[in-house]
Design a protein around this ligand. Structure first.
Ligand code: GLA
Length: 394
């Protein structure tokens, strides 16, 4: 539906047919949170919520951008690329700027319309979807042949330099490399990856959106990253060979506990445990052992809440509800997902009780916080791609 709306809007505004259109999905992450920038493992997947782009080149150096969702436009010249005072435009301009910095040539300007159904601020990486889609749209429009890995690296740099968040690579990597019905085990140390079939035929992945985004988000994120780096720096005194928390075992960490400030110790402890958990969770997935997988998700939540301290009362409430609910035997696992301080929880719920689960959790959430709980049943899809079949993607 969205794809058609974006194409139509493009024709209305620019009075021309778009040269091409692109779909760029949001992502979920099954397990492996705050491990990407510590060179650990993550287990994300692209989902059936996406940002759509329609684009065509122009004869001059002007770039005209239109956000369908915000009904707002922005225009600039290729000769003068810089940050905009419109936050949404910076994600697109950032990708353009980083693409050029990497040595690709953008010969002329373009018209572009984008928009989609990845909810904002819900921890589903709408910004990474925008960046990944923009990268592919430019690559296809100007025959740049940018590799998937470069698209992800360009998107990450755009986020660092134009949005001011020192994010890891997970979100854009997932949006770009997603594969239908598979999760991606990504090693953030060397960016090698492996697809694992997500085989859970009787289960549905349900996201519960707290509807809150405590605005500590970005600054606390950068702070966690700095705390992990501080931990590595101190531990290098005893272990000069280590480069990141990926190289630190639980035993090495314990041996240095009296050298690390308590908060830094807790942060490092969570990360070291979480990196190990992803490997155990993947092994469980391979033997279709969803019970163990789900147990690891609960452990992740506990660590994120108590040691890493990036949860919030709303997220904790939703996860606790799954444990205390009479339906808990039909819920394999639940945890907060993404950077934290709001956004969604991810729940693995037996398909036959999803409706009952949603009814009880929505009532309980409203009762507690006087907030409506949005929810999404998601499917795992392919990553960013050019839309070639109008009917398939309509
Ligand atoms: C955000 C960042 C990612 C990752 C997660 C936490 O989504 O963009 O790089 O660090 O938080 O796992």
């Amino acid at each position: 539906m969205y794809y058609k709306l974006i194409c139509q809007k493009f024709e209305d505004i620019f009075d021309q047919i778009p040269t091409l259109s692109v779909r760029a999905p949001g992502r979920i992450n099954l397990i492996g949170e705050h491990t990407d920038y510590n060179h650990g493992f993550v287990l994300p997947a692209a989902i059936d919520k996406a940002i759509y782009f329609s684009i065509a080149s122009r004869d001059d150096q002007t770039c005209k951008l239109y956000s369908y969702d915000l009904q707002d436009s922005y225009e600039f010249s290729l000769e003068k690329i810089g940050k905009s005072d419109k936050g949404w435009a910076n994600f697109l301009i950032g990708v353009l700027a980083e693409t050029i910095k990497k040595g690709y040539t953008i010969p002329n300007g373009f018209n572009l319309v984008f928009g989609g159904d990845v909810p904002l601020g819900a921890g589903l990486s709408s910004s990474a979807a925008v960046e990944s889609g923009m990268g592919l749209a430019l690559s296809k429009l100007f025959d740049l042949n940018i590799s998937k890995l470069d698209l992800a690296l360009i998107a990450q740099l755009a986020e660092h330099n134009f949005a001011g968040v020192n994010c890891g690579i997970m979100d854009m990597f997932a949006s770009i490399h997603g594969k239908e019905n598979s999760v991606i085990k990504l090693d953030c140390q060397d960016l090698s990856f492996q697809y694992f079939p997500f085989h859970a035929p009787n289960y549905t992945i349900v996201l519960c959106n707290t509807g809150v985004k405590h605005n500590l988000g970005d600054s606390e994120y950068n702070k966690r990253r700095a705390e992990c780096e501080e931990g590595v720096k101190i531990m290098q005194n005893a272990f000069p060979q280590i480069d990141s928390l990926r190289d630190v075992s639980a035993q090495m960490l314990r041996s240095q506990s009296d050298k690390l400030p308590y908060v830094v110790y807790k942060r490092c402890k969570y990360v070291v445990e979480e990196i190990e958990r992803v490997t155990i969770a993947c092994e469980a997935l391979e033997r279709d052992d969803l019970a163990t997988f789900g147990q690891k998700m609960y452990e992740t939540h506990e660590g994120l809440s108590k040691d890493y301290e990036v949860s919030c009362p709303e997220l904790d409430f939703l996860v606790e509800h799954t444990l205390n609910s009479p339906l808990s035997e039909s819920i394999a696992g639940a945890r907060m997902m993404g950077g934290g301080f709001g956004g969604c929880t991810i729940n693995l719920v037996k398909t036959e009780i999803v409706d009952a689960f949603l009814e009880t959790i929505k009532t309980a959430y409203y009762h507690q916080f006087k907030l409506e709980l949005d929810s999404y049943k998601v499917k795992i899809t392919n990553g960013v791609e050019e839309i070639t079949d109008i009917f398939e993607n309509a």
